[in-house]
Write a protein that binds this ligand. Structure first.
Ligand SMILES: *[C@@H]1O[C@H](CO)[C@@H](O)[C@H](O)[C@H]1NC(C)=O
Ligand SMILES: *[C@@H]1O[C@H](CO)[C@@H](O)[C@H](O)[C@H]1NC(C)=O
Length: 813
């Protein structure tokens, strides 16, 4: 049976195709089938198809025929417009509701006409319209993924649904952004399309800890519809980051002697990880070494603090290694260089490098005495040191090398003034505040024999009593030597000279050590009154130095000589008599007893007195001058012949005396005297005696002369030989120089000289001061308290001094 297919076109929104199939039945009853296609969701009343026309029926026919739609359900959606003979949409047609995923989807019903009865089958196919979007089950999901997940890891399988069918159904998926993640669209066994989200690249939580993806499902409709899902991906941390110090090396400074707890610097490391993986702690790498370093580090804060003694002089810098660790075991390390800043905490130290003491006093200026080393452990200006020594000493210092100073003599040294010096070195550094130290050395000055012995006096005077025992010490000289020890050890010597033709050493000796003088022999004042010796003091230096002094020795008188009466001359048969006229007045000078005493001074100070004076003495002797004078008028009772005994006494202790007898004739005429005196003059005896004495004197004089000549010759020969001997032996003698000196008279002190002269008239005597007399009294100053003024009375009793007149008088008788 032929089937007529009619196509209609509907303008509904976009292009539509209407198909009408007319099926003609070859039976009694006209049977036709007609087919229409309409899109779903057409408005109510929209034309589905002009069925009357398509069936070739007159619309009135249809009215008359009572055309109606027979259907169980389709009638709800399509109705017949009898007036126009068309099919229109009665209600909203949702294909998805009607058919679901079944495709094609159609409504089928019958159109029945009566009179004649006609039955037409109508199928209205509902065409899909893209009115549904693909949709996911959830709009948003959250996923967690470890950052360490490997690329390729599938994190999600998801599918979207689209109620539409066909081309309008789900076609595929897209993901934005791609890169880290990507998708793969898969078709399930049931033909549905699902999507797999997988990791495409490595994750880094530290870069992005949250990723937001949009997964979009697309259908194939036109316009295309889509549905999307937001995927929030939280990247979970793994300990994939090591701690990292902010600096690969830290530099810091710390002053030395900083107290414990002083913060030095802070190190810091960061770990990009989070949580415990990002928690950094700081350590010294070697725990056991930690106590060696004077630093500690706070485990949590990384603050390095001082924990021990910082001494610049021990360590100028420290290099610490510090580790930072996270809890996951990753670590980093860094270096901390800590420079120690010097503080002026060290005093300069003075060390005596070399030292020569004693230093000789004759060292020239500039002689090196000591070398010192001055060290200051500090550095820079704190270690710069100035060195000085105390002032006002003949020393100076010079810096020879760095840190070395030389102590030099600077000027003339004199051990006798300063035998030692305390030299204090003072070293001061330039730090702030200054630190100083000092050191004292004691330098001794050694002696050089530069001082000669010096006698306390340039000349000495000494005295010695005559008749001294030989070997007696009577004086001592002493010299001083400012040098030291051997250079000051003084020996005393006599300088050789002669006195009275004898070497001086036969008179005096000197103790070489003590300077005590001894008399070698007994002296006799009456022979030797004074003499000089030269004494030399010589020190023990090499070469020795010497000086000399003069000692004037005075021999002191002792009363060892009795007075000697010179006049009247005493003879056994003296005829001498003084004549006193009877008319003589009181005070008539009869005569004068003249006596001398070879001693001197008091010992020669003579006094006269009469012995055995009669009851009424006629005469008196002048106690001082020995003048015999009458003390009364001569009377007749007085004997012509008078014999006076005069005692002459010296003033010595004990005193010595002599007596002299003076014959006095008291008469007016010479014959009277003669007659008187013949009694006691014996001419024969006298003449015999005189002859005898004259002869004796002649013989004695002759013998004396011969002896003198012999003695002089002997002495001359002896001396000549002695001198020869001395010069011969002088070469072998040790060097004890005795130099022969000329004897010369020294200056005499306070000399008073008197000369007593007898005058020609012999009635008066004068005592008058005269010119200084050579044989004078020596006053010794060396014996204080014994300064005595001795008066030398030169008696006018020498034979020459007696007036020739007196003698004549004598011989007259
Ligand atoms: C040097 O010092 C010593 C010891 O302190 C002291 O006995 C001496 O008198 C001093 N000498 C001088 C010359 O100052
Ligand atoms: C004694 O010393 C003086 C200088 O003090 C000197 O001139 C003289 O020659 C010396 N005499 C002797 C004998 O040494």
């Amino acid at each position: 049976m032929p089937m007529k297919q009619v196509e209609w076109k509907y303008g509904l929104g976009c292009r539509m195709v209407k198909q009408a199939f007319v099926v003609f039945l070859l039976f009694g009853v006209a049977v036709g089938q007609i087919r229409y296609s309409i899109p779903e969701e057409m408005r109510k009343g929209s034309l589905v198809g002009n069925i009357a026309q398509d069936l070739g029926l007159d619309p009135t026919r249809m009215k008359k025929g009572g055309a109606r739609i027979v259907s169980d359900e389709s009638g709800d959606f399509i109705e017949l417009n009898l007036d126009k003979g068309t099919l229109v949409v009665k209600d909203r047609i949702d294909r998805e509701q009607l058919c679901g995923q079944t495709s094609p989807c159609s409504l089928s019903f019958e159109l029945i006409l009566l009179n004649p009865m006609q039955l037409h089958s109508v199928i209205v196919e509902i065409l899909d319209v893209n009115d549904n979007s693909p949709a996911f089950k959830a709009n948003e999901i959250q996923l967690e993924i470890l950052e360490s997940a490997l690329p390729g890891t599938r994190i999600l399988q998801e599918s979207a649904t689209d109620a539409d069918v066909g081309v309008n159904a789900l076609q595929g998926y897209t993901l934005t952004p791609t890169g880290i993640f990507n998708i793969k669209t898969q078709t399930s066994l049931s033909g549905g399309k699902y999507v797999e989200v997988f990791l495409n690249a490595a994750l880094d939580r530290e870069k992005e800890d949250t990723l937001i993806l949009t997964l979009t499902a697309l259908d194939g409709g036109n316009p295309q519809k889509s549905g999307s899902m937001k995927i929030t991906i939280l990247v979970l941390d793994t300990n994939d980051n090591v701690p990292v110090f902010t600096q690969s090396m830290y530099k810091a400074e710390v002053v030395e002697n900083a107290v414990r707890g002083t913060s030095v610097t802070t190190v810091s490391a960061s770990d990009a990880d989070e949580g415990s993986y990002g928690l950094v702690s700081y350590h010294f790498p070697h725990l056991f070494d930690e106590k060696d370093e004077p630093f500690t580090i706070d485990e949590h804060t990384g603050v390095i603090t001082v924990a021990g003694d910082i001494d610049y002089e021990k360590n100028r810098n420290y290099e610490l290694t510090i580790q930072a660790k996270d809890q996951g075991g990753h670590m980093d390390s860094t270096k901390v260089i800590i420079d120690v800043i010097d503080v002026n905490d060290n005093e300069p130290v003075i060390t005596l490098t070399s030292f020569s003491s004693p230093v000789s006093e004759d060292s020239p200026s500039g002689t090196t005495v000591a070398i010192i080393n001055v060290k200051d452990l500090d550095s820079g200006i704190n270690g710069k040191v100035d060195c000085s020594i105390n002032k006002n000493i003949p020393f100076s210092i010079q810096s020879s090398l760095k840190n070395y100073y030389t102590l030099l003599t600077d000027g003339h040294l004199d051990r006798e003034k300063n035998s030692e010096y305390n030299i204090t070195f003072t070293a001061v550094d330039k730090g702030e505040p200054h630190l100083a130290s000092n050191k004292t050395i004691n330098i001794k000055v050694s002696d050089v024999n530069d001082n000669a012995p010096v006698f306390a006096q340039s000349s000495y005077s000494a005295s010695i009593k005559e008749n001294n025992p030989a070997g007696m010490s009577f004086f001592s000289v002493s010299a001083r030597d400012d040098d030291w020890n051997q250079n000051a050890r003084i020996s005393y010597f006599l300088i050789d000279s002669e006195f009275n033709g004898n070497p001086i050493s036969s008179y005096i000796s000197v103790n070489a050590d003590s300077g005590v003088l001894h008399a070698v022999r007994a002296f006799d004042y009456e022979q030797t009154k004074s003499f000089k010796v030269h004494i030399k003091a010589q020190d023990g230096g090499s070469p020795p130095l010497a000086s000399n002094t003069t000692l004037q020795i005075a021999v002191l008188d002792e009363n060892d000589n009795a007075p000697q009466v010179l006049y009247p001359v005493q003879t056994s048969s003296s005829m001498v008599a003084e004549i006193v006229p009877r008319s003589a007045d009181i005070g008539y000078l009869v005569t004068k007893v003249v006596a001398v005493d070879v001693d001197s001074g008091q010992n020669a100070w003579l006094s006269y007195k009469l012995q055995k004076a009669a009851d009424r003495p006629l005469f008196e002797v002048g106690a001082q001058n020995g003048e015999i004078r009458t003390v009364r008028q001569v009377t007749d009772k007085d004997a012509v012949k008078q014999k006076l005994t005069v005692i002459v006494e010296d003033n010595g202790q004990p005193s010595r005396s002599a007596t002299v007898t003076v014959n006095v004739a008291v008469a007016d005429s010479f014959p009277e005297v003669l007659s008187e005196f013949t009694e006691f003059t014996h001419d024969k005896d006298y003449n015999n005696n005189l002859t005898f004495f004259l002869l004796l004197a002649l013989i004695v004089v002759s013998i004396l002369f011969i002896f003198s000549v012999i003695a002089i010759i002997s002495v001359k020969i002896y001396r000549w030989r002695q001198r020869k001997l001395f010069y011969k032996s002088a070469n072998n003698l040790p060097v004890i120089p005795y130099y022969p000196t000329m004897y010369s008279d020294g200056t005499l002190h306070h000399t008073y000289n008197y000369e007593m002269c007898g005058t020609t008239d012999s009635r008066m005597t004068d005592v008058k001061p005269m010119r200084p007399y050579s044989q004078s009294t020596l006053v010794s100053l060396s014996r204080p308290g014994t300064v005595q003024r001795q008066q030398k009375q030169q008696q006018a009793a020498d034979a020459d001094d007696i007036s020739p007149e007196v003698r004549f008088e004598y011989f007259k008788y």
